[in-house]
Design a protein around this ligand. Structure first.
Ligand code: EPS
Length: 383
């Protein structure tokens, strides 16, 4: 399964094309829209999220509620385009355009992208660097999760800490509804209240905030990915999608960083076997991968987000047209998007996992695929 997205933040629409899905997968907009709603939420978002009510249209590859095996095309319209149609018009002329941006924001794609693509209006860089693009990747992720649901895989995405405040309530699958109801997607109500206070303060100061997000998956078969070749390693692929989320600067599988400072005897997860259950562990410090393959234990991935680069109280920079010192450009933006990023991490990790299932089990139809997964589960139990 491969996919491509296109679309600018303030252009007419985002488009996604997914190729390689099996036929007969039940799929409707109702499988995708709840993900888009979740991604739009979270305390600390800016006014753009008031303008948008992201909903998807399926314009190819699905008939009567099932995939046909053809490429699936998804579309999300940008409601804000009505305010930007002149600025974003693909037709030549009308230059310089309104809302041109020349004071490169430190921490953003502006400067490197301007040099690389030779744009002096940095809007030509930022329109695609914008995290708006993640709306479509989350839609693709929702389709991947629909496929994973047929293999018995469940998942969650939440915020482990943000704004300098850690959640003190350890994650439990029972807390999934608490996370969904929390405006910061945290397990801990006290931490949540403190985070909200700090987000308000940061907003008043014109500042931005980062945090640590986590995604978990249970019900995975062992052996997804492969140790045989570097680019097939599951942990490497999970880390790559995590780092592709705007502002993510660190990734950890299980307690990866903590493990690095301990002796092996306190790190590796002892192996046990039980009739009917097969192999299992009592600890999961590995976070569900060994040797670049899933172990069958929970996959636990964490990612660190730096604070958003657009500051309303701007940092010093240089204007790329005059080369004079300037205040960095101010664009309408979010104070923080950490809760939304946890939804994105869950969605995108799902894409990697769905791809790994499809590679391992193949098949043109959903039924073939499910049958092969079930047979392999039995093999893993009795091996
Ligand atoms: C973003 C800036 C803001 C965010 C946007 C990401 O958009 P705007 O410039 O239109 O106010 O709201 O995120 C989204 C639009 C989204 O859907 O997540 C940026 O500069 O990255």
């Amino acid at each position: 399964m491969r996919f491509l997205t296109s679309g600018e933040s303030h252009g007419p629409q985002l488009t996604g094309i997914i190729e390689g899905l099996p036929s007969r997968l039940p799929l409707s907009v109702e499988d995708i829209n709840p993900w888009l709603r979740k991604r739009q939420g979270g305390y600390g978002r800016g006014r753009r999220m008031v303008i948008e009510t992201d909903t998807v249209e399926i314009v190819s590859g699905v008939r009567a509620g099932r995939t046909t095996g053809a490429p699936v095309t998804l579309v999300i319209k940008n409601a804000d385009y009505r305010n930007w149609s002149e600025i974003m018009d693909p037709a030549p002329g009308n230059e310089p355009r309104k809302k041109a941006l020349t004071a490169a924001r430190p921490g953003h794609a502006d400067l490197a992208g301007g040099i690389k693509y030779h744009h002096k209006d940095l809007r030509d860089v930022l329109e695609r660097a914008s995290a708006r693009e993640t709306a479509m990747r989350v839609a693709v992720g929702a389709v991947a999760h629909k496929l994973l649901s047929f293999f018995g895989v469940e998942s969650v995405g939440f915020v482990a800490g943000m704004a300098g405040v850690w959640s003190k309530v350890p994650f439990d699958w029972e807390l999934r509804s608490r996370i969904e109801e929390s405006p910061v997607r945290m397990t801990d109500p006290e931490a949540e209240a403190e985070v909200i206070r700090r987000v308000d303060e940061a907003k008043a100061r014109g500042d931005t905030l980062g945090g640590i997000i986590e995604a978990r998956f249970k019900g995975l078969v062992p052996g997804l990915g492969s140790q045989m070749h570097w680019e097939r390693k599951l942990d490497g692929r999970v880390a790559q999608v995590a780092l592709s989320i705007p502002a993510v600067k660190g990734v950890e599988i299980g307690t990866g960083f903590e493990n690095a400072m301990k002796p092996g005897s306190q790190v590796h997860d002892a192996i046990y076997w039980e009739e009917g259950r097969g192999y299992y562990r009592q600890t999961n410090r590995a976070g569900g991968t060994e040797g670049g393959m899933s172990t069958g234990e929970e996959l636990v991935v964490r990612a660190a987000l730096k604070p958003i680069a657009t500051l309303m109280t701007p940092l010093p920079t240089v204007d790329v047209v005059t080369h004079q010192p300037a205040d960095a450009a101010r664009e309408r933006s979010d104070t923080t998007a950490v809760p939304a990023a946890s939804v994105i991490l869950e969605a995108l990790t799902g894409i990697v996992l769905a791809q790994a299932y499809l590679e391992k089990f193949g098949g043109d139809t959903l039924e073939e695929l499910v049958e092969r997964v079930e047979r392999y589960k039995e093999h893993a139990r009795t091996y």
